[in-house]
Design a protein around this ligand. Structure first.
Ligand code: OSB
Ligand code: MG
Length: 396
């Protein structure tokens, strides 16, 4: 395909409820939506970057900088034969996985449409996986609340909405008592905690106090750049450790598996650098009997559609952080929105490409800055501006 035009929408959308994690409280989502035109076909992508480097080192502005100087010029300069080639096109840029992933998403959407397949069917075709699920199991990620009692109230409300798996955020000082309160209120629910890197190995006793609460897993207790300390923890608790922040590549997943630093992986395609890396990580885990699930970054319906298709692959064996649109936004920017089925699942879209309709009026209302890049205009890349050319090794 020949990429002709790329638009970046810097969006800001208020959440239905504030979302508190160990790294802070957030009341709105700020990120990029990509609209790409190639061979006359429109494709969409959504970034998982946030405004500030709390969860990740990337931000809205770092993603823009790398997009403008490196990724967009590369897409305009060449022809992209297949979505499978996108990682190679971007290989000379180190890191910036979230920036890369938003463009790879749009390429997948366009290529699926050109093949007259739904994204799910197209992922199945290119990855060689058959028997993809038409509904994916999901749960809800619950932020830190004012008090354990308020947390229980919120969890019961989500339970009443139909979510059968609850993930609760914890941080030092808001952990054991909160978790015990939820477990006491719902003795049999699938329950897990996510620390978002808030603890160190010196605080291992706090983690051990939660080891008998029958959690599905404990997600990312230690540092965002650590694998080794998690391997020490996993040997001392029976609850499976799940890594999120620490897994940026298939190699990180390999390290986790070989070190027994965790027994489950939270797959976020944005954190891994795109669908290709997400599928490769899924495949590696499948080979090693490590179950995976799809993490969320409070995406709008655009990112959610991609995630739901991804989560239909066979080794997504645990409920994903993909809730209904109304858990996040009122309204979402797609129409119709994602709704929860009564078996705590989301249905995988069946239309061609992403299979969701973007409501342009709602997108426009959410947009604070809009950039248009055209391939037929002379386009200044970092190479021409600085005289430095990145020539890092490519696979192909
Ligand atoms: O750690 O999984 C996380 C949101 C922002 C940053 C990090 C995380 C999250 C979530 C949201 O848990 C889950 C969702 O999208 O429903
Ligand atoms: Mg997490």
């Amino acid at each position: 395909m020949k990429v002709e035009q790329i638009e970046l929408f810097h969006i800001r959308m208020p959440y239905v409820l504030p979302f508190e994690t160990s790294f802070g409280v957030s009341t709105m989502r700020e990120t990029w939506i990509v609209r790409m035109i190639a061979d006359g076909v429109i494709g969409w992508g959504e970034s998982v970057v946030e405004q500030l480097p709390g969860y990740s080192t990337e931000t809205v502005q770092t993603a823009f900088s790398v997009a403008k100087d490196c990724l967009i010029p590369e897409l305009f300069a060449t022809s992209v034969d297949s979505p499978l080639d996108v990682p190679d096109h971007f290989a000379q840029v180190r890191g910036h996985n979230m920036a890369k992933a938003m463009f790879e998403s749009a390429v997948w959407d366009i290529a699926a449409q050109q093949n007259k397949l739904s994204l799910q069917q197209y992922i199945g075709k290119l990855s060689g996986h058959g028997n993809l699920k038409d509904r994916v199991s999901v749960g809800v990620s619950v932020g830190i609340q004012e008090s354990p009692a308020k947390l229980v109230e919120r969890v019961l409300a989500y339970r009443a909405d139909g979510y059968s798996r609850i993930k609760m955020k914890i941080k030092p000082g808001r952990d054991v008592a909160d978790a015990r309160a939820v477990r006491a209120a719902l003795p049999n629910i699938m329950l897990m905690v996510d620390a978002n890197s808030a603890y160190s190995i010196e605080e291992i006793d706090v983690i051990k106090q939660m080891d008998d609460l029958n959690f599905l897993m404990i997600e990312q207790p230690f540092a965002y750049d650590d694998i080794f300390q998690h391997s020490k923890l996993q040997k001392q608790i029976k609850t499976p450790v799940c890594l999120d922040e620490s897994i940026h590549s298939v190699r990180d997943a390999q390290a986790m598996i070989e070190l027994d630093a965790g027994r489950i992986i939270n797959i976020k395609q944005g954190r891994l650098g795109g669908l290709n890396a997400a599928i490769a990580t899924h495949d590696l885990c499948m080979k090693h009997n490590i179950p995976v699930w799809c993490g969320g970054m409070l995406e709008t319906g655009i990112g959610r559609a991609l995630n739901v298709a991804l989560a239909s692959l066979p080794n997504f064996k645990l409920p994903s952080d993909l809730s209904a649109s109304n858990r996040y936004y009122n309204p979402d920017i797609i129409d119709p929105e994602f709704t929860l089925n009564n078996d705590s699942t989301l249905s995988v879209p069946t239309g061609i490409g992403l299979g969701v309709h973007v409501d342009m009026e709602r997108l426009t209302r959410a947009t604070i800055v809009h950039h248009v890049f055209r391939g037929d205009r002379s386009f200044a890349s970092a190479d021409t501006l600085t005289g430095v050319k990145l020539t890092g090794r490519r696979k192909g």
